[in-house]
Design a protein around this ligand. Sequence first.
Ligand SMILES: NC(=O)c1ccc[n+]([C@@H]2O[C@H](COP(=O)([O-])OP(=O)(O)OC[C@H]3O[C@@H](n4cnc5c(N)ncnc54)[C@H](OP(=O)(O)O)[C@@H]3O)[C@@H](O)[C@H]2O)c1
Length: 218
Amino acid sequence: MKIAILGGTGEQGPGLALRWARAGEEVIIGSRQKEKGEKVAAELNEELGKALLRGTDNVSAAAAAAVAVLTVPYSAHVSTLETVKQQLKGKIFVAVSVPLDPENARRVIMPTAGSAAEEARQVLGPDVQVVGALQNVSAHLLRNVHAAIDCDVLVCGGDKDARATVMQLIERLGIHALDAGPLEAARQIEPITALLIRLNILNKVHSAGIRITGLPEK
Ligand SMILES: NC(=O)c1ccc[n+]([C@@H]2O[C@H](COP(=O)([O-])OP(=O)(O)OC[C@H]3O[C@@H](n4cnc5c(N)ncnc54)[C@H](OP(=O)(O)O)[C@@H]3O)[C@@H](O)[C@H]2O)c1
Protein backbone atom coordinates (compact mmCIF):
# COMPACT_ATOMS: atom_id res chain seq x y z
CA MET A 1 0.00 0.00 0.00
CA LYS A 2 1.31 3.48 -0.86
CA ILE A 3 1.40 5.55 2.32
CA ALA A 4 2.17 9.29 2.40
CA ILE A 5 3.42 10.70 5.68
CA LEU A 6 2.71 14.41 5.38
CA GLY A 7 5.02 16.44 7.59
CA GLY A 8 6.95 13.18 7.93
CA THR A 9 10.23 15.01 8.58
CA GLY A 10 9.77 15.66 12.32
CA GLU A 11 9.46 13.51 15.45
CA GLN A 12 6.51 11.20 14.77
CA GLY A 13 6.86 10.68 11.00
CA PRO A 14 10.29 8.97 10.64
CA GLY A 15 9.54 6.10 13.05
CA LEU A 16 6.32 5.33 11.17
CA ALA A 17 8.15 5.57 7.82
CA LEU A 18 10.98 3.26 8.88
CA ARG A 19 8.66 0.66 10.41
CA TRP A 20 6.29 0.59 7.42
CA ALA A 21 9.16 0.47 4.93
CA ARG A 22 10.75 -2.44 6.80
CA ALA A 23 7.37 -4.23 6.66
CA GLY A 24 7.31 -3.86 2.84
CA GLU A 25 4.91 -0.90 2.50
CA GLU A 26 5.68 1.84 -0.01
CA VAL A 27 6.23 5.08 1.94
CA ILE A 28 6.53 8.65 0.71
CA ILE A 29 7.74 11.32 3.13
CA GLY A 30 6.05 14.68 2.60
CA SER A 31 7.32 18.09 3.60
CA ARG A 32 6.46 21.72 2.88
CA GLN A 33 9.73 21.74 0.93
CA LYS A 34 10.43 18.99 -1.60
CA GLU A 35 14.18 19.16 -0.87
CA LYS A 36 13.64 18.61 2.85
CA GLY A 37 11.38 15.61 2.13
CA GLU A 38 14.07 14.17 -0.18
CA LYS A 39 16.82 14.80 2.39
CA VAL A 40 14.98 13.10 5.25
CA ALA A 41 14.03 10.15 3.00
CA ALA A 42 17.70 9.78 1.97
CA GLU A 43 18.80 9.81 5.64
CA LEU A 44 16.21 7.17 6.55
CA ASN A 45 17.19 5.04 3.52
CA GLU A 46 20.78 5.15 4.73
CA GLU A 47 19.60 3.85 8.09
CA LEU A 48 17.60 1.10 6.34
CA GLY A 49 20.57 0.17 4.14
CA LYS A 50 18.21 0.20 1.12
CA ALA A 51 16.45 2.89 -0.91
CA LEU A 52 12.95 1.97 0.24
CA LEU A 53 11.60 5.47 0.91
CA ARG A 54 11.22 8.54 -1.21
CA GLY A 55 10.61 12.12 -0.21
CA THR A 56 8.84 15.00 -1.88
CA ASP A 57 6.48 17.90 -1.07
CA ASN A 58 3.23 17.27 0.84
CA VAL A 59 0.97 17.86 -2.18
CA SER A 60 2.84 15.41 -4.44
CA ALA A 61 3.02 12.84 -1.63
CA ALA A 62 -0.74 13.11 -1.01
CA ALA A 63 -1.42 12.79 -4.75
CA ALA A 64 0.67 9.62 -5.08
CA ALA A 65 -0.63 7.71 -2.05
CA ALA A 66 -3.71 5.62 -1.24
CA VAL A 67 -3.45 6.43 2.46
CA ALA A 68 -2.16 9.71 3.91
CA VAL A 69 -1.04 10.19 7.50
CA LEU A 70 -0.60 13.73 8.79
CA THR A 71 2.12 14.28 11.39
CA VAL A 72 2.37 18.05 11.76
CA PRO A 73 1.90 20.03 15.00
CA TYR A 74 -1.76 20.66 15.74
CA SER A 75 -1.27 24.39 15.06
CA ALA A 76 -0.59 23.45 11.39
CA HIS A 77 -3.25 20.71 11.15
CA VAL A 78 -6.05 22.63 9.37
CA SER A 79 -3.79 24.79 7.20
CA THR A 80 -1.90 21.71 5.95
CA LEU A 81 -5.14 19.83 5.27
CA GLU A 82 -6.34 22.75 3.11
CA THR A 83 -3.24 22.35 0.92
CA VAL A 84 -3.84 18.64 0.21
CA LYS A 85 -7.65 18.50 0.23
CA GLN A 86 -7.99 17.96 -3.53
CA GLN A 87 -5.29 15.25 -3.63
CA LEU A 88 -6.96 13.27 -0.80
CA LYS A 89 -10.34 12.80 -2.50
CA GLY A 90 -11.38 9.12 -2.57
CA LYS A 91 -8.59 8.16 -0.15
CA ILE A 92 -8.09 7.30 3.50
CA PHE A 93 -6.73 10.03 5.75
CA VAL A 94 -5.24 9.12 9.13
CA ALA A 95 -5.48 11.89 11.75
CA VAL A 96 -2.66 11.68 14.31
CA SER A 97 -2.66 15.27 15.62
CA VAL A 98 -3.47 16.02 19.23
CA PRO A 99 -4.73 19.51 20.12
CA LEU A 100 -2.32 20.00 23.00
CA ASP A 101 -2.44 23.29 24.87
CA PRO A 102 0.59 25.20 23.47
CA GLU A 103 1.17 26.61 26.97
CA ASN A 104 1.02 23.24 28.74
CA ALA A 105 1.31 19.90 26.90
CA ARG A 106 -0.24 18.12 29.90
CA ARG A 107 -3.57 19.54 28.73
CA VAL A 108 -5.61 19.66 25.54
CA ILE A 109 -7.78 22.41 24.11
CA MET A 110 -10.35 20.50 22.09
CA PRO A 111 -11.58 22.21 18.90
CA THR A 112 -15.26 23.09 18.44
CA ALA A 113 -15.59 20.17 15.98
CA GLY A 114 -15.08 17.88 19.02
CA SER A 115 -11.60 16.56 18.16
CA ALA A 116 -8.78 17.14 15.69
CA ALA A 117 -9.96 14.08 13.72
CA GLU A 118 -13.51 15.45 13.41
CA GLU A 119 -12.09 18.82 12.44
CA ALA A 120 -10.16 17.03 9.67
CA ARG A 121 -13.41 15.48 8.45
CA GLN A 122 -15.01 18.96 8.38
CA VAL A 123 -12.13 20.30 6.28
CA LEU A 124 -11.82 17.31 3.94
CA GLY A 125 -15.53 16.64 3.38
CA PRO A 126 -17.39 13.41 2.62
CA ASP A 127 -15.09 12.23 -0.22
CA VAL A 128 -12.27 11.38 2.21
CA GLN A 129 -12.47 8.57 4.77
CA VAL A 130 -11.03 10.08 7.94
CA VAL A 131 -9.67 7.64 10.52
CA GLY A 132 -8.16 8.65 13.87
CA ALA A 133 -5.17 6.56 15.01
CA LEU A 134 -1.66 6.64 16.49
CA GLN A 135 -2.29 9.69 18.70
CA ASN A 136 -1.17 7.80 21.82
CA VAL A 137 2.06 6.23 20.54
CA SER A 138 5.35 7.83 21.51
CA ALA A 139 7.64 9.01 18.70
CA HIS A 140 10.55 7.82 20.83
CA LEU A 141 9.26 4.21 20.81
CA LEU A 142 8.40 4.29 17.09
CA ARG A 143 11.87 5.55 16.22
CA ASN A 144 13.61 2.61 17.89
CA VAL A 145 12.65 0.23 15.09
CA HIS A 146 14.25 -2.82 16.70
CA ALA A 147 12.22 -2.49 19.90
CA ALA A 148 8.79 -4.07 20.37
CA ILE A 149 6.02 -1.59 21.15
CA ASP A 150 3.97 -2.76 24.10
CA CYS A 151 0.79 -0.72 23.75
CA ASP A 152 -2.54 -0.56 21.94
CA VAL A 153 -3.54 1.86 19.21
CA LEU A 154 -7.19 2.86 19.24
CA VAL A 155 -8.60 3.29 15.73
CA CYS A 156 -11.80 5.22 15.08
CA GLY A 157 -13.62 6.38 11.97
CA GLY A 158 -16.98 6.49 10.25
CA ASP A 159 -16.26 3.75 7.70
CA LYS A 160 -15.71 0.17 8.89
CA ASP A 161 -13.60 -0.82 5.86
CA ALA A 162 -11.36 2.24 6.22
CA ARG A 163 -10.92 1.42 9.93
CA ALA A 164 -10.02 -2.17 9.02
CA THR A 165 -7.43 -0.98 6.47
CA VAL A 166 -5.81 1.33 9.01
CA MET A 167 -5.86 -1.38 11.69
CA GLN A 168 -3.99 -3.69 9.29
CA LEU A 169 -1.42 -0.93 8.68
CA ILE A 170 -0.98 -0.43 12.44
CA GLU A 171 -0.37 -4.16 12.86
CA ARG A 172 2.32 -3.85 10.12
CA LEU A 173 4.08 -1.40 12.47
CA GLY A 174 4.22 -4.20 15.04
CA ILE A 175 1.57 -2.59 17.25
CA HIS A 176 -1.74 -4.04 18.39
CA ALA A 177 -4.72 -2.12 16.94
CA LEU A 178 -8.18 -1.95 18.53
CA ASP A 179 -11.39 -0.88 16.81
CA ALA A 180 -12.77 2.07 18.82
CA GLY A 181 -15.82 2.68 16.62
CA PRO A 182 -16.94 5.98 15.08
CA LEU A 183 -14.79 9.07 14.61
CA GLU A 184 -16.28 10.83 17.63
CA ALA A 185 -14.30 8.39 19.83
CA ALA A 186 -11.36 10.67 18.99
CA ARG A 187 -12.80 13.06 21.60
CA GLN A 188 -11.74 10.55 24.26
CA ILE A 189 -8.61 9.22 22.50
CA GLU A 190 -6.80 12.50 21.77
CA PRO A 191 -6.77 13.77 25.40
CA ILE A 192 -5.13 10.50 26.54
CA THR A 193 -1.91 11.82 24.95
CA ALA A 194 -1.84 14.76 27.36
CA LEU A 195 -2.16 12.27 30.24
CA LEU A 196 0.68 10.17 28.78
CA ILE A 197 2.86 13.30 28.53
CA ARG A 198 2.11 14.00 32.22
CA LEU A 199 3.08 10.42 33.12
CA ASN A 200 6.27 10.68 31.03
CA ILE A 201 7.25 13.86 32.87
CA LEU A 202 6.46 12.41 36.30
CA ASN A 203 8.47 9.26 35.56
CA LYS A 204 11.26 10.90 33.52
CA VAL A 205 10.65 8.62 30.49
CA HIS A 206 9.41 9.05 26.88
CA SER A 207 7.63 5.75 26.58
CA ALA A 208 4.24 5.81 28.34
CA GLY A 209 1.47 4.12 26.37
CA ILE A 210 -1.93 2.51 26.89
CA ARG A 211 -3.10 -1.10 27.02
CA ILE A 212 -6.83 -1.96 27.08
CA THR A 213 -7.70 -5.20 28.87
CA GLY A 214 -10.78 -7.39 29.21
CA LEU A 215 -11.77 -7.51 25.53
CA PRO A 216 -12.20 -10.76 23.58
CA GLU A 217 -9.28 -11.87 21.38
CA LYS A 218 -9.96 -11.27 17.66
N1 LIG B 1 5.96 13.42 18.97
C1 LIG B 1 5.21 12.51 19.57
O1 LIG B 1 5.67 11.71 20.42
C2 LIG B 1 3.76 12.38 19.18
C3 LIG B 1 3.02 11.32 19.73
C4 LIG B 1 1.68 11.18 19.37
C5 LIG B 1 1.09 12.09 18.51
N2 LIG B 1 1.83 13.11 18.01
C6 LIG B 1 1.18 14.05 17.09
O2 LIG B 1 1.83 13.98 15.86
C7 LIG B 1 1.89 15.27 15.25
C8 LIG B 1 3.31 15.54 14.84
O3 LIG B 1 4.12 15.60 15.97
P1 LIG B 1 5.70 15.75 15.82
O4 LIG B 1 6.25 15.70 17.19
O5 LIG B 1 6.19 14.82 14.77
O6 LIG B 1 5.77 17.27 15.25
P2 LIG B 1 7.06 18.09 14.81
O7 LIG B 1 8.27 17.22 14.83
O8 LIG B 1 7.09 19.35 15.61
O9 LIG B 1 6.70 18.54 13.32
C9 LIG B 1 6.55 17.58 12.28
C10 LIG B 1 6.68 18.28 10.96
O10 LIG B 1 5.60 19.18 10.77
C11 LIG B 1 5.99 20.17 9.83
N3 LIG B 1 5.60 21.49 10.33
C12 LIG B 1 6.06 22.13 11.42
N4 LIG B 1 5.47 23.34 11.55
C13 LIG B 1 4.63 23.45 10.50
C14 LIG B 1 3.75 24.49 10.06
N5 LIG B 1 3.61 25.63 10.73
N6 LIG B 1 3.04 24.28 8.93
C15 LIG B 1 3.16 23.11 8.23
N7 LIG B 1 3.99 22.10 8.60
C16 LIG B 1 4.70 22.28 9.72
C17 LIG B 1 7.51 20.10 9.68
O11 LIG B 1 7.76 19.49 8.43
P3 LIG B 1 8.37 20.30 7.16
O12 LIG B 1 9.19 21.42 7.69
O13 LIG B 1 9.18 19.24 6.50
O14 LIG B 1 7.17 20.72 6.36
C18 LIG B 1 7.91 19.17 10.81
O15 LIG B 1 9.05 18.40 10.52
C19 LIG B 1 1.38 16.27 16.28
O16 LIG B 1 0.11 16.71 15.90
C20 LIG B 1 1.33 15.50 17.57
O17 LIG B 1 0.19 15.87 18.36
C21 LIG B 1 3.15 13.27 18.32
